[in-house]
Design a protein. Structure first.
Length: 54
């Protein structure tokens, strides 16, 4: 897993300061999805993760 800065650079080929709020949100979401995929399965146990941009 990398940093948000690395995800922004990889996804949009821009620096963080040049990104829109939407682009930053999507980069952060992608980073979280990758981190969740790396977590060990907790078979039988349910967990809910959500991100809100309110």
């Amino acid at each position: 897993m990398g940093t948000v800065k690395e995800y922004v650079k990889k996804m949009y080929n821009k620096e963080i300061a040049a990104c829109s709020d939407r682009e930053l949100y999507e980069a952060f979401l992608s980073m979280c999805q990758e981190a969740a995929g790396e977590k060990k399965s907790s078979k039988g146990k349910k967990k809910l993760y959500y991100i809100s941009c309110s």
